[in-house]
Design a protein around this ligand. Sequence first.
Ligand SMILES: Cc1cc2nc3c(=O)[nH]c(=O)nc-3n(C[C@H](O)[C@H](O)[C@H](O)COP(=O)(O)OP(=O)(O)OC[C@H]3O[C@@H](n4cnc5c(N)ncnc54)[C@H](O)[C@@H]3O)c2cc1C
Length: 388
Amino acid sequence: MAADAVTGFDADVAVVGLGAIGSSALWRLAARGLDVVGVEQHEPGHPWGGSHGRTRLFRVACLEHPGLTPIARRARDLWRELEAASGEPLLVQTGAVMIGQPGSRIIEGTLAAAAAHALPVERLDGAALAARAPAHARLDDGDVALWDPEAGVLRPEAAIVAAVDAARAAGARVRTGERVLAVEPDAEGVTIRLAGASLRVRRAVVTAGPWLPQLVPGLPITPHRVVMTWFDARDGHDASVDRLPVFIRSVPGTGGQHWIWGHGALPGDLAKVGPEFDGPFDADDPDAIDREVHAGETDGIRDLVAAALPDLEPEPAEAVTCIMAHTPDGQFVVGRTPASDRVVVAGGCSGHSFKHAAALGEAAAQLTVDEPPFADIGFLDPARFARP
Ligand SMILES: Cc1cc2nc3c(=O)[nH]c(=O)nc-3n(C[C@H](O)[C@H](O)[C@H](O)COP(=O)(O)OP(=O)(O)OC[C@H]3O[C@@H](n4cnc5c(N)ncnc54)[C@H](O)[C@@H]3O)c2cc1C
């Protein structure tokens, strides 16, 4: 790629890492008419980062922070746009049931988001729960069930491929199988170091997921290996998504309450159920993740499934590793870096960013071109970690 002889730049913007957020940032920058290049170390939709495993939960009543609801809504519009462009179904609306004790974070967080944005979240009594999500009909004493009708299931690999294709269609250049070694901002631009080459750009968006701290030192992001698990129905039972729509549920288990999340089987697939991944988290090297799932690693989720979901065969039928990127407060980082306003970062998934990824890419694109973001994303600013 030859630099422009007049300006000396190879592109207006480089996007480093084309996973969930980066693929969208590339698309949204190209859609604004910028000359943009994306660099990805693998192929779009690959299984080595934080965005593989066939499905991700989508919710609008975001229990993690009421400020996430406008981001989820903007993301939904963009997912639908990508569906139309690609012809691929990316977001299946199923509704979600949230189950926990009154006062628990699942219930209070969901109600707070619903109240802040007048969402049509309903409280379900036993009969309504049995009608909407019969696989959960057996609840624990005192449990409350809430229904978020706008929730559903996203298809992450197809969504990433669709965003990269949309970016290409809008004029973006895409370099795959290339590793970025360093992102070096200075007063006039940013140098993107590759093996044996470099790119000179005016600005950069770094969306490297679990690898983000390697490229932007000082960001408090901890990459951590986790295991995803899928389950068959028991003989004679039905574990389809119609009986087990998207859910998050608090279940009593060893040492207290534990969260499980997941959804029933989509056509031709298995039900997926996972545990809440709560810290403290050891930092794992994303280049040296142990990809084997070892005996005993899935015993915890097996016991919770056995306790809560009697239609499922509790021994997992499939188990695959994935990498999360945790921040200290469980919220993402989206903003200019403290070191240079020529570099925008977006990542720090903390286990709940896929649903928002299309809109986080949009926000990263907006910050890069000095447009005001579509919603208040101040609570995601990486500068919050530098404040005393
Ligand atoms: C098990 C699990 C379950 C989850 N469940 C949900 C859920 O139900 N709902 C939800 O909303 N979210 C969920 N999440 C979170 C969500 O999947 C991730 O947050 C999100 O996909 C991460 O997106 P990202 O763009 O930050 O990172 P990634 O998608 O991992 O993208 C980073 C990309 O950068 C590339 N890259 C990195 N370094 C370099 C380099 N130096 N040079 C070139 N390329 C590079 C990587 O190869 C990768 O493609 C879950 C996460 C996990 C792990």
